[in-house]
Design a protein around this ligand. Structure first.
Ligand SMILES: [Fe+2]
Length: 452
């Protein structure tokens, strides 16, 4: 398996080769067909947001690739454009002439059925096309998509919808990839200025255990709730045993206690693969932590290096670290079905508190006087569930089969959303997934335990 095949760059459900119907007939009645006017408005918003995320960065910042798992910002901006050009414009307009015939090779991510592509680890070598040319590419495709939308049929409007959710996924990856890139610079540069005192982190609420009854529960996406990727379907039933879920994610202060208790030096807490990974990488703490011997360690953030805020949710954990902490704390990770059921039964809504970009997790301060889980939309929460197909899942035909089905091995599901997830992109059935050693995403944990 190549690295590219382990990454959720394109998790969307409904790709097809140009000219094909994007969704199989049996799914058409389930998937809402967005209206052209609404699509045009959201298309403009989403496309503009990607440019806004890139705005604080220089052309040099946007060209470099810091590791094979990450992509340059310029590549993200071009790849998401290639997606619309290929899946909408080429598919819907016979005789459409691409902006540049060579871009299909450069900006196809992993679609075998859409032709050969540039090797993923070499994306950072693409000094050409220049940044300005990529922006012209975006503008040309934007104009063409908006002109085409009024005559787009249902399948092509669904392709545009898919492209919007796809671009939102890349917006989060853009931020995490930039964070990793900037962390490699000894100057430890900031992506954004640090927040003012008015937005200083609040204290975390005390952790409480919320009980949930066992029994049969329905999980997965409900078509009435709007768009989903195919990996969230079909909705189906699972059997749960009584369990408790923590009211909020684990904080940096709580995780620091594990570090200072020698957690990274004691194999009893670790999965075998995790312990081997800790040894091989000389891990001593979550990714981005430094000055571990000082009273208050430091943390690399998109605001630059900052003192560790003990009340903030811990992030940049691998599954191995999350599971080791849970074992040390006398608990475990929830399954993805426990997580989803607990949130649904609690009436939780996955919404960001504000539209302003604040790409750093903030303390889970309040539970609004109820027993609801809180501290959501700050860090992705590792579960103990393998990223497997749901019962009845079938890969879609054509290139669509490459979207999710082929990644369903060797990866683990994360639930929730992070501070870098764009507004409106989160939902309770969303299944994020990464290999167990990955830790450059905003990934943390929420504890669970059995009720006996
Ligand atoms: Fe993609």
């Amino acid at each position: 398996m190549t690295r590219a095949r382990t990454l959720p760059q394109c998790r969307s459900s409904s790709h097809a080769t140009p000219g094909e119907t994007l969704l199989p007939a049996e799914n058409e009645q389930q998937a809402a067909i967005p209206a052209a006017g609404d699509l045009a408005r959201r298309f403009a918003e989403v496309r503009r947001h990607s440019l806004a995320l890139a705005e604080p960065l220089s052309p040099e910042d946007q060209c470099v690739q810091s590791m094979p798992d990450a992509s340059p910002v310029k590549w993200h901006l071009a790849h998401t454009t290639w997606f619309f050009e290929t899946l909408v414009l080429q598919a819907g307009q016979p005789g459409y002439r691409p902006f540049d015939e060579r871009f299909g090779f450069l900006f196809n991510s992993y679609y075998e059925s859409l032709g050969p592509r540039h090797p993923r680890p070499q994306r950072g070598l693409l000094t050409r096309p220049a940044q300005a040319e990529v922006l012209r590419y975006r503008a040309a495709v934007d104009e063409a998509v908006l002109a085409f939308l009024p005559q787009a049929d249902a399948a092509l409007r669904q392709a545009v919808e898919l492209g919007l959710h796809h671009e939102q996924q890349h917006q989060e990856l853009l931020l995490t990839d930039v964070k990793h890139l900037l962390s490699q610079n000894p100057m430890q540069p900031a992506y954004l200025p640090a927040p003012t005192a008015a937005t200083a982190p609040a204290a975390a609420a005390p952790l409480r255990w919320l009980p949930f009854e066992g029994g049969i529960a329905s999980v997965g996406h409900d078509a009435r709730e709007g768009f989903s990727f195919d990996n969230e379907t079909p909705r189906h039933e699972v059997l749960l045993h009584p369990f408790e879920l923590a009211s909020r994610p684990v904080s940096c202060g709580e995780f620091l206690a594990f570090v200072r208790d020698g957690g990274y030096r004691d194999p009893q807490w670790w999965l075998s693969e995790g312990w081997a990974t800790v040894q091989a990488g000389s891990w001593q703490a979550p990714w981005g932590w430094s000055a571990l011997d000082e009273a208050v360690p430091k943390l690399f953030t998109l605001f630059g290096t900052q003192p560790l805020q003990l009340d903030e949710p811990v992030c940049h954990l691998s599954l191995y670290e999350a599971a080791a902490y849970a074992a040390w704390a006398g608990a475990r990770l929830p399954t993805e079905f426990e997580w989803e059921t607990a949130m649904r039964r609690s009436g939780v809504m996955l919404q960001r508190a504000e539209a302003t970009l604040h790409p750093h997790p903030r303390a889970a301060a309040a539970a609004d006087g109820t027993d609801r889980p809180h501290g959501l939309h700050e860090v992705w929460e590792w579960t103990r569930s393998a990223y497997d197909p749901y019962p009845g899942f079938r890969p879609l035909p054509g290139a669509a089969a490459e979207y999710n089905g082929k990644f369903m091995v060797g990866q683990v599901v994360l639930r929730g959303a992070s501070c870098a997830t764009p507004p409106g992109h989160a939902r309770l059935s969303y299944r994020n997934f990464f290999p167990p050693a990955a830790r450059w995403q905003f990934s943390g944990l929420r504890l669970a335990r059995d009720i006996r």
